[in-house]
Design a protein around this ligand. Sequence first.
Ligand SMILES: Cc1cc2nc3c(=O)[nH]c(=O)nc-3n(C[C@H](O)[C@H](O)[C@H](O)COP(=O)(O)OP(=O)(O)OC[C@H]3O[C@@H](n4cnc5c(N)ncnc54)[C@H](O)[C@@H]3O)c2cc1C
Length: 401
Amino acid sequence: MKKNEDRVIIVGAGPVGLVAAACLGKAGIKTTILELHHELPKDLRASTFHSPTLDILDRFGVTPRLIERGLIAPNWQFRDRREGVIATFDLSVLKGETAHPYRLQCEQWKLSEEMRTVLEADPAVDLIYNTEAIDVAQDDDGVTLSVRNPDGGEETMRCRYLIATDGARSVVRKTLDIPFEGQTLPEIFLSMSTTFPFEEHYDDLATIAYMTDPKEWAVLLRTPTLWRVLLPTDPNFTVEQIKDPDAMQARLQGVCENPGGYEIVHATDYRVNERVARHYVSGRVFLAGDAAHVNNPLGGMGMNGGIHDAINLTEKLVEIWNGRQPIEIMGRYERQRRKAALDAVQAQTLRNRRIMNETDPAARKAFHEELRATVADFAKHKAYLMRSSMIQSLRELEAVD
Ligand SMILES: Cc1cc2nc3c(=O)[nH]c(=O)nc-3n(C[C@H](O)[C@H](O)[C@H](O)COP(=O)(O)OP(=O)(O)OC[C@H]3O[C@@H](n4cnc5c(N)ncnc54)[C@H](O)[C@@H]3O)c2cc1C
């Protein structure tokens, strides 16, 4: 293999690709990470970092920087839009299980920026922008990636192994014909960010509040500068109707009356999929992050789970690279992380959606009573938070052969 082929290529410089690159660079493995755009994407997506993710990111020294740039959420709650607080989950019960017993509200682009700083200091890693992966082929010695450059020209690049972190619409996954199995949820999610200080208008409002309602649930999430309001939306409306300024204003007024009118700084509408790739491993190509699994945002688990993939995958790849283990150990990566995506992330996010979508009064009452009973009992409270913070799913990986 020629010198510049003896490397790992990572397709996609989202949070998952950047973390994977940092892991490989730290192990001294030459790594090239390719990004379609001319800059790291700065769209408003993930805002929640769970405890074990903060523990993991500490190895790169970025956790204190994220904490400085973020907002610590010591607790989060389920509320009813009319009745108020149903149950407040207190993350301090996780003390002793994690060095960060809280959720951190911090935009995912800040993680990308911090990880880029880490990579810039690592001579083993190259980050190349403006390069679009379009095709993948592999043989016994390595992988050939076809890319398109900004001038429209195409070329091929070679590597020993390839990691696909090119997001939910992964070209690599599609090229390899790997089915992305699951469902598209019927509702559209509308997320609106506003300067309105909700904390001054609700009693005991936590930084993250899941608000149930028989007609329309709502999620209120505070970020360091804004509140984000997430509402389910009828898919029969067009984007223009959904994002019509008066319509958005009316919907926010429905959540909390504000005679001065809402300043809506940002709004995004999106369809949500719950899907997991049938395979995470195809020969010398490995999928991670949204390329491998997507879920609804109720619980804030997509990016967190993707970072957990990146750690698991690269730990095994370093062993293979250094000749200490055969490539077959990647099968365990697939088994461990697919199980986490299906049994932990999908199960939890779909359960959260069920609680939020429930309209039947008796079933709503039962959910509320169950949540109240959970926080009233220390063992149940802690067990719930071990699962929702994703600590449990990471611990259970060891039992997967
Ligand atoms: C509104 C919203 C809120 C969310 N909130 C949370 C939350 O609170 N917590 C949480 O954990 N998750 C959350 N998520 C999910 C989270 O944003 C994703 O799980 C996360 O971005 C996945 O990271 P990734 O690196 O796998 O993929 P991405 O972030 O999608 O990154 C993929 C990268 O690959 C690049 N790329 C794509 N195709 C190519 C190509 N062909 N060639 C080269 N480069 C390519 C893209 O430009 C991009 O930079 C949320 C998502 C949304 C939409």
